[in-house]
Design a protein around this ligand. Structure first.
Ligand code: SF4
Length: 302
C-alpha cells in the first residue's frame, strides 16, 4: 500500500491554512514554547530563543547519520533551523542554536528546499529544532504541497514543548522525534537555561505525540512511515535519569516504543564549566543504561 503523508488530508480538508494562520497569530505575543516570552516577533522583539519572525536555516541536505528507519537508502532530508528554545550548555551545534548562524529565507523558499530534498529521493523532510519556527514551516508546507510534496515530515525536537501547540499541529507531522533529556528539573534548570519544567513539559508533549502517531510503523523497505521515535542521550553521572525515563516509556507509552539510547555525549561548548558534565559517559554507564531499558521491558531499542 502506498503511504500518504497525513498533511495531504489536512490540506484537502482546507484545515492547514487555518492552522498556519493561528500559528502565525502567536508571533504577535510569542507563546510557542513553555518559555512564553510574549514578545512580538513580528516587530523584531526577541525572546529566549532569539529567533525572529522569518525562518532562518543553517543547512539543508540528505543526512545519513540519523536513525536507520529515517535514513534508509537515500537519506533523511534534513533542514537544520537556527536558534533553539532549550539552549543546553553542552550543545554540539552551539554556533547554530545559541549564536544563530544561518541565513534567513522566505516561507516560499523553504518550500522549494523541501521539494529539492524530495527530488533527491530523501525518505522524509526532517526539521531539526522546529518549535520556534512552526508558523513558517506550516505555511511553507502549503506551498510545498502545491509543488508536489508527498513525503512525511519529521518533528525533530529537544522536547521542550507546550502540549497545546502539539495538539494544534495534529495531522501535520507523521513522525515525532523528540529528545527526552532529563528526568529532574534541577538538571534541566542548571544545564538548559533555567528550564526547570522541562521533565513535565517533555513528558506531556511526548504522551500527546504518542497519542497522535502511536508506535513506529515501517514500510517493507524498513523505512519509517509514521510513529514516535524518542532519543535519550546518556549523560555522565546518570544526570539524565535513564532508569526513570525507561520506566515512564514502559508505564505511560508502550513497551514497543522506538527508543534510541545514545552514547555520543562529549563535553562541548560550556560543559567544562560543570565538572560533572566534563567527561564522556563510561562504557559501564552506557551499558547500565541499555540494560535498564531492556530490564524494564523495552524491546524496540535502536
Ligand atoms: S519560541 Fe522563542 S520567543 Fe517564543 S516563547 Fe519560545 S523561546 Fe520565547
Amino acid at each position: 500500500m502506498i503511504f500518504k503523508a497525513s498533511y495531504l488530508k489536512l490540506n484537502k480538508e482546507g484545515r492547514l491554512r487555518d492552522i498556519a494562520e493561528n500559528l502565525y497569530n502567536i508571533y504577535e505575543s510569542c507563546v510557542l514554547c513553555p518559555r512564553k516570552c510574549r514578545v512580538n516577533r513580528n516587530k523584531g522583539e526577541k525572546g529566549v530563543c532569539r529567533a525572529g519572525a522569518s525562518v532562518k536555516i543553517s543547512s539543508v541536505h540528505p543526512h545519513f547519520g540519523e536513525e536507520k528507519p529515517l535514513v534508509g537508502r537515500n537519506g533523511s532530508g534534513t533542514i537544520f533551523l537556527t536558534n533553539c528554545n532549550l539552549l543546553c550548555v553542552y550543545c554540539q551545534n552551539w554556533d547554530i542554536s545559541h549564536i544563530g548562524e544561518g541565513k534567513e529565507i522566505s516561507d516560499e523558499d523553504l518550500a522549494y528546499e523541501m521539494i529539492r530534498l524530495q527530488k533527491l529521493n530523501c525518505h522524509n523532510i526532517n526539521f531539526v529544532s522546529p518549535t520556534h519556527y512552526l508558523p513558517n514551516i506550516v505555511r511553507a508546507l502549503i506551498y510545498a504541497i502545491e509543488l508536489g510534496l508527498t513525503i512525511p515530515l519529521v518533528y525533530n525536537t529537544g522536547g521542550y514543548e507546550r502540549v497545546e501547540i502539539i495538539k494544534m499541529i495534529e495531522g501535520i507531522f507523521d513522525i515525532y522525534l523528540p529528545d527526552f533529556k532529563y528526568w529532574e528539573g534541577r538538571m534541566s534548570s542548571l544545564y538548559s537555561c533555567g528550564a526547570e519544567d522541562y521533565p513535565e513539559r517533555a513528558k506531556k508533549a511526548i504522551k500527546e505525540m504518542h497519542r497522535q502517531v502511536g508506535v513506529l510503523k515501517l514500510d517493507e523497505r524498513h523505512i519509517a512511515q509514521r510513529g514516535l521515535m524518542i532519543r535519550h542521550l546518556v549523560l555522565p553521572n546518570d544526570l539524565a535519569g535513564t532508569k526513570e525515563f525507561v520506566e515512564f516509556v514502559f508505564d505511560e507509552l508502550d513497551p514497543g516504543t522506538y527508543v534510541n539510547i545514545m552514547s555520543q555525549y562529549h563535553p562541548s561548548y560550556k560543559a567544562n564549566s560543570f565538572p560533572e558534565l566534563s567527561r564522556k559517559p563510561t562504557t559501564s554507564e552506557y551499558t547500565k543504561a541499555i540494560l535498564a531499558a531492556r530490564d524494564h521491558g523495552l524491546f524496540n531499542l535502536d
